[in-house]
Design a protein around this ligand. Structure first.
Ligand code: NDP
Ligand code: GDR
Length: 370
């Protein structure tokens, strides 16, 4: 039975990857951070009581900023595969916490690689590094491939650039099996609530249900290549099943603006939107509402711009070419953008219908109140 260690197991990708590996018969170990509130919502359904025998899923407390902790866990687990998914993963927040981001996203990767080397596991342990389309940053050429030059545009992107190259360097210097997956944006119903797709699907659901008035966004012109996280974790696993360690782009090959994503999300609940105005005056207005369950007046403004969400330096256009992955790994995504949005909207509408039902019934939906 193979053993895998996942950093960032409590995040979106960590949860889907853990599920995938357990399904393949792996023993899965994950590193979770100590937090003052429970932070395992996404993986609670995988929990196994550590008092039972032969458990296949185990969590360890740890942090990517703590070398000794990482080295001890890797020594204890002796993993066949390490998936380094842990990171301060929010691009905008990285401008507020640049040093922390460099430490965790950049040096954190070095700590993992060096621990594997020092423990003499270079022949046994394969490593996956969560690299990103944010490495491309300022557009040099499209579509972006494994050979497109990098030009990161945020402290997050720059930290991930270090992680990318240190992974390549350890592969070349010590003959380690270490791969970069250069993944373009991937989303799901369990996507973090402050990334733009989930922010939109949550707000569209809440606005339709009469629980929120306005969705405030930043740059509507940004274009992203969005896929489904479930498809993308499959590609991570495939990379580590190859004879030779290589780097791969994972993308859908289709790019869509934030503005179009907003329109698609609202149309899932029968609300047709139109955008009018320019720059920070631009707004999204209800043209029609065909869903009898939702009462939204025509002409109501539901999307506005808040410059607070603009970034000091932006990545305008991402569109990936995943030919190498499709050909060499035989990777085939199952979801397109329309299906992704459908799934995210269905999940958020169900979530907020439940919350509304409880609130309307006079029940408290908060778990803690002074
Ligand atoms: P999430 O933000 O959902 O998850 C990040 C995970 O990292 C969480 O488990 C988080 O823990 C953990 N983490 C944060 N800081 C630390 C730390 N100091 N030490 C240990 N763990 C930490 O990200 P995703 O699942 O979306 O992404 C997974 C990885 O892939 C990240 O590295 C991200 O940068 C990268 N990536 C993501 C893409 C995407 O579109 N989703 C595209 C390309 C790359 P906690 O739950 O406690 O916060
Ligand atoms: P990104 O994802 O920065 O691409 O990083 P995000 O969803 O945060 O932004 C995508 C684009 O939308 C624009 N935008 C907004 N973004 C947010 N979060 N909130 C807003 O209100 C808003 N309005 C407009 C942004 O400016 C941007 O252009 C994600 C993360 O998962 C990274 O960890 C990962 O490496 C990359 O994807 C690939």
């Amino acid at each position: 039975m193979k053993k895998a260690l996942i950093t960032g197991i409590t995040g979106q990708d960590g949860a889907y990857l853990a599920e995938l590996l357990l399904g393949k018969g792996y023993e899965v170990h994950g590193i979770k951070r100590r937090s003052s509130l429970f932070n395992t919502n996404r993986i609670d359904h995988l929990y196994q009581d550590p008092h039972e025998k032969n458990i296949k899923f185990k969590l360890h407390y740890g942090d990517l900023s703590d070398s000794m902790n990482l080295t001890r866990i890797i020594q204890e687990v002796q993993p066949d595969e390490i998936y380094n998914l842990g990171a301060m993963s929010h691009v905008k927040v990285s401008f507020d916490t640049p040093e922390y981001t460099a430490n965790v996203d950049g040096l954190g990767t070095l700590r993992i690689l060096e621990a594997v080397r020092l423990l003499g596991l270079t022949e046994k342990t394969k490593i996956y590094q969560a690299s990103t389309s944010e490495l491309y940053g300022l557009v040099q050429q499209v579509p972006q491939t494994e050979n497109t030059p990098f030009y990161p545009r945020s402290p997050y992107g720059v930290a991930k650039l270090y992680a990318y190259w240190i992974t390549v360097n350890y592969r070349e210097a010590y003959n380690m099996f270490a791969c970069n997956g250069i993944l373009f944006n991937h989303e799901s119903p369990i996507r973090g609530e402050t990334f733009v797709t989930r922010k939109i699907t949550r707000a569209a659901s809440r606005i339709a249900l009469g629980m929120q008035e306005t969705l405030f966004l930043g740059n509507l012109d940004a274009r992203r290549d969005w896929g489904h996280a479930k498809d993308y974790v499959e590609a991570m696993w495939l990379m580590l099943q190859q004879e030779k360690a290589e780097d791969y782009v994972i993308a859908s090959g289709i790019t869509t603006s934030v503005r179009d994503f907003v329109e698609m999300a609202f149309s899932e609940v029968g609300i047709k939107l139109a955008f009018r105005g320019k720059g920070i005056e631009e707004e999204g207005v209800v043209v029609s509402c065909s869903n009898p369950d939702f009462q939204l007046a025509e002409g109501k403004v539901v999307v506005k711009i808040d410059p607070e969400y603009h970034r000091p330096t932006e990545v305008d256009l991402l569109i990936g070419d995943a030919s190498k992955c499709r050909e060499k790994l035989n990777w085939q995504p199952k979801y397109d953008l329309a299906q992704l949005i459908q799934e995210m909207m269905a999940a958020d509408v169900a979530l907020f219908k439940r919350e509304k039902y409880l609130k309307d019934g006079g029940h408290d939906t908060l778990t803690y109140r002074e």
